[in-house]
Write a protein that binds this ligand. Structure first.
Ligand code: SF4
Ligand code: FES
Length: 249
């Protein structure tokens, strides 16, 4: 019996050949248990070794295999071909990021935004090591755990119409990451992060479209993180106006 196949239309971009990208078409063997990344790996191994894309873990953990699959930002290692079979599937680089080559985008802006929110525990005074750990109850961990599940896949930025219009927007994952530390009982750095969150290009740029949470493969719910931060920032600003010495902590 003839082997079943499926067609992939894949964006190619070779900066040394000019500014335009184009779609290349490949027929790959089809099995029900194949994910899109398996098909790309087949192309690279057996058809065209020059195809360029990122991946690492193949199990939805490293966050490096995000691409547009039929127009939606998806992890290609977690997206089965059977969802689209027998129709052709179109694979493009993540939207809203500069493309370096074929399906590889430039992550510089994203990484810079993560760094801007100071994603580490900030203490007003560091206790000496011999004083022991900063302990937390399970309830205190639960307050931020959801926002700590982010794998930095950038799908939420690709889905966000605000980031597409205004690349200055801090964006969903960076705001969720700031929330992860602001909600941590060991942290005292909220007012430092407010300098990045509380400006127009921070939380206030978000128009609550919510697509970031729809495409997030880890249920981080960055849209909720943004709305919570809007509420807490407004409340703390009002408290600071009425009660200058207590509102801003
Ligand atoms: S919030 Fe979700 S979609 Fe955005 S980078 Fe993190 S895991 Fe990916
Ligand atoms: S290859 Fe690591 S998340 Fe897909």
């Amino acid at each position: 019996m003839a082997e079943e196949t499926m067609t992939l239309r894949v964006t190619r971009y070779r900066p040394e050949r000019g500014p335009d990208s184009y779609l290349d078409e490949f027929d790959v063997p089809y099995r029900e248990d194949m994910v899109v990344l398996d098909a790309l790996n087949h192309i690279k191994d057996d058809i065209d070794g020059s195809l360029t894309y990122r991946w690492s873990c193949r199990m939805g953990v490293c966050g490096s295999c995000g691409m547009m699959v039929n127009g939606m930002p998806r992890l290609t290692c977690s997206t089965y071909l059977r969802e689209f079979h027998p129709e052709p599937v179109v694979i493009e680089p993540l939207e809203s990021f500069p493309v370096i080559r074929d399906l590889v985008v430039d992550m510089t802006d994203f990484l810079e935004k993560l760094r801007e929110v100071k994603p580490w525990v900030i203490r007003e005074r560091e206790d000496a090591v011999e004083e022991g750990e900063y302990l937390q109850t399970p309830e205190e961990v639960d307050r931020y755990k959801q926002f700590s599940m982010c794998i930095n896949c950038m799908l939420c930025y690709s889905a966000c119409p605000v980031y597409a219009q205004d690349p200055e927007f801090l964006g969903p994952a960076a705001i969720a990451l700031a929330s992860r530390y602001n909600l941590d009982s060991r942290d005292q750095g909220r007012s430092e992060r407010d300098e990045v969150l509380g400006v127009d290009t921070g939380i206030w740029d978000c128009t609550f479209v919510g697509e970031c949470s729809v495409v997030c493969p880890k249920d981080v719910d960055p849209a909720a993180a943004i709305q919570r931060t809007k509420v807490s920032t407004t409340t703390r600003g009002m408290l600071a106006a009425v009660w200058p010495h207590r509102g801003r902590r």
